[in-house]
Design a protein around this ligand. Sequence first.
Ligand SMILES: Nc1ncnc2c1ncn2[C@@H]1O[C@H](COP(=O)(O)OP(=O)(O)OP(=O)(O)O)[C@@H](O)[C@H]1O
Ligand SMILES: [Mg+2]
Length: 266
Amino acid sequence: MAATEARIAQGLNGNGLVAYTEGLTKRYAPAVTALAEVSFAVRPGEFVAVLGPSGAGKTTLFRCLTGLTRPDRGTVNVAGRDIWQSPRELRLARRELALIFQQFNLIRRLSALENVLVGRLAQVPAWRVILRRFTRADRQLALGCLDTVGLLDRAGTRADELSGGQQQRVAIARALAQHAKVILADEPVASLDPESSATVLESLRSAVTAGVAVVASLHQVHLARAYADRIVALRDGRIVEDAPASQLDTRTIEQIYERNGERNES
Ligand SMILES: Nc1ncnc2c1ncn2[C@@H]1O[C@H](COP(=O)(O)OP(=O)(O)OP(=O)(O)O)[C@@H](O)[C@H]1O
Ligand SMILES: [Mg+2]
């Protein structure tokens, strides 16, 4: 664990943050403000849940954090790199990021183990990948990551023969194998039943225990409260709440989801 922590400590910002945004603003023509002045920070080993009604800007925030969407204004810093400073900074920052989406995370015809080994691609010479000649050390690492998410016994199973929840856990194992500093998960449990959702969120917590930061958008408030350290709520592109999960009461959560754009200031 000490080695993991030392590795994660490298490449952090001077302020010890693994990722942050400042004044992030993104508009879509003709009149949608998807994000408005969003400033938000993630520390190593922290699980942040992003909540908010449909259209609040959650996916846009994730896309801006990964460099898939260029903001109109503001900065995005990942692992100490200002990702819009140059293509090189963006490329290097992306090595530190792992993305997990609602579905389509794995290469279907490859086994669970091979999908986890894909996480090693940035560190492995191309010929080894082409010939699938990963080193023993890489295979051991990948098996260890599958063990962390409780899927060691499924190492040889093809991805398309795994359940949706198991596939998400393989994607988390791949992020661990990649030595990602931050996992960005946009609705990772949206298409799963409650039991599978719980195992996926437990796997994300295992990643957090290993020192990785997790930012996950969730639609189920009770899951955010059960698994996240901190809850950031978006509404109409603005952060309306940023607090430890344990401090968020029912009334505050109701306000986040109030409809018709009405702000209740009481
Ligand atoms: N490519 C795009 N072009 C135009 N408008 C967009 C685009 N992407 C997002 N938007 C708009 O930006 C706003 C925020 O969308 P976003 O997808 O970030 O919301 P969300 O919080 O992820 O919602 P959901 O919970 O439904 O996934 C919405 O009003 C959406 O219609
Ligand atoms: Mg979305």
